[in-house]
Write a protein that binds this ligand. Structure first.
Ligand SMILES: [Zn+2]
Length: 406
């Protein structure tokens, strides 16, 4: 009996001391957002509107101030179709909420909640995507749930931070960062008072082996690198990339001279495929990433306003560059090996047809040596449709040669 009481007591202190984020709430949000009934949350679709209603309701429960248009949580914008040249024009909405701590400066915490819908708006890596529901549990129900949990944490924290918080959930990201671009051009808060912006895009697949989260944008302020270095642990390693631009919404804020960070647990075989489902999420890993973000915010809370720095632009930003040919691979952004590591191959595209697999490291494409993503992009620009090209890849200890037909 005594032993039981003691265990109970220990259990309670453990929960109170360490548990800033609620794993069950996180799971519930991700399950709802990636449910088939939301039809993949395509920009401007009925499923996107259902998701938006749910998210606005969560902000309302936290008693956050609506900071969209006309005293609602919604900021509407129109779009002309996707960056991929597919899809119909329509109206989409960002969801914006404010936690007023009566502070001079504001931190923006954001994530996109739209995804690829039924695969008809472009962007799918499935061979025949049309009419398959792309649930987007990692991309980006995970980051969306992260915003909700951070909002809950900071709204219920009795020790008020010395910053206000603007929580924003973007639509139109998958069509080309449309929602964040619109907000940056039509802000509902004073951007001059924004200290920095945190973006979470795909934080649900922390690899239990490498335990590494990628943090992009660390060159946008001198505080980021030393701070993140001090927060890395054995259980959560951090790989940084300095560039302020990249294929997600923080880019829109960086381009307004605001320091940014983008948290990302890496790509995987289900990336942009109908199989990106809630049961593949690493929930403990997501909580670990949220704890890292919480610590970043708490460490900067007492510091003076962050200095903004411009960064060298990164090849990752070149997502809409028109190439005459593509291989159909998902490059890894978290590999250090010289070459182009691939996280996934698209079914029915040249790389997959030639025999390339996830995990391969491309080191040569035709006459061109591949050292990194930039040299890969440069080489790719040299080929024409129908051309046959030798590709050398490292697979484990082996060096293999394949013939790819573009
Ligand atoms: Zn995506």
């Amino acid at each position: 009996m005594k032993r039981f009481v003691l265990l109970l007591w220990l259990g309670c202190t453990g929960v109170v001391g360490a548990q800033h984020f609620n794993i069950q709430a996180l799971k519930a949000h991700i399950k709802i957002l990636s449910n088939d009934s939301l039809q993949g949350r395509g920009t401007g679709t009925e499923g996107e509107r259902m998701a938006a209603a749910y998210l606005a309701d969560e902000f309302k429960k936290l008693k956050l101030r609506p900071l969209g248009n006309n005293s609602t949580y919604f900021q509407e914008f129109t779009f002309k179709g996707g960056a991929h040249g597919e899809g119909q024009p329509g109206t989409a909405r960002n969801i914006v909420a404010f936690l007023d701590n009566k502070a001079p400066l504001t931190v923006i915490i954001g994530a996109h909640y739209d995804h690829l819908g039924l695969g008809t708006q472009g962007g799918s890596l499935d061979a025949n995507p049309a009419d398959k529901i792309h649930n987007g549990a990692d991309d980006n129900a995970s980051g969306t749930a992260g915003v909700l949990e951070l909002a809950r944490y900071f709204a219920s924290n009795r020790k008020k931070e010395k910053h206000n918080f603007l929580f924003i959930l973007f639509s139109g990201e998958e069509l080309g960062l449309l929602g964040s671009k619109y907000f940056a051009e039509h802000p509902t808060c004073n951007l001059q008072q924004v200290n920095y912006m945190i973006n979470m895009d795909m934080i649900g697949r922390l690899n239990p082996g490498t335990k590494t989260v990628v943090v992009n944008g660390t060159g946008t302020s001198p505080v980021w690198e030393p701070l993140l270095k001090s927060l890395a642990t054995e259980n959560l390693k951090i790989k940084t990339d300095s560039s302020g631009t990249g294929p997600s919404d923080h880019t829109s804020f960086y381009l307004k001279n605001i320091p940014v960070l983008h948290f990302f647990t890496g790509s995987h075989a289900d990336y942009h495929k109908p199989s990106d489902d809630w049961d593949k999420i690493n929930y403990e890993g997501t909580v670990a990433v949220l704890n890292l973000i919480r610590q970043v915010i708490e460490h900067t809370d007492n510091q003076p306003r962050l200095t903004f720095l411009k960064t060298k632009s990164n090849a990752m930003a070149v997502r809409t560059t028109p190439f005459k040919v593509t291989l159909g691979v998902m490059p890894s952004y978290s590999s250090d090996e010289p070459g182009l590591k691939i996280d996934g191959v698209t079914d029915g595209r040249p790389a997959q047809k030639a025999g390339l697999q996830a995990g391969d490291l491309i080191v040569q494409l035709g006459d061109y040596e591949i050292k990194d993503i930039s040299s890969y992009m440069e080489a790719l620009g040299k080929f024409e449709k129908g051309q046959k090209v030798e590709v050398k890849v490292k697979r484990g200890a082996e060096l293999l040669t394949f013939v790819v037909e573009f």
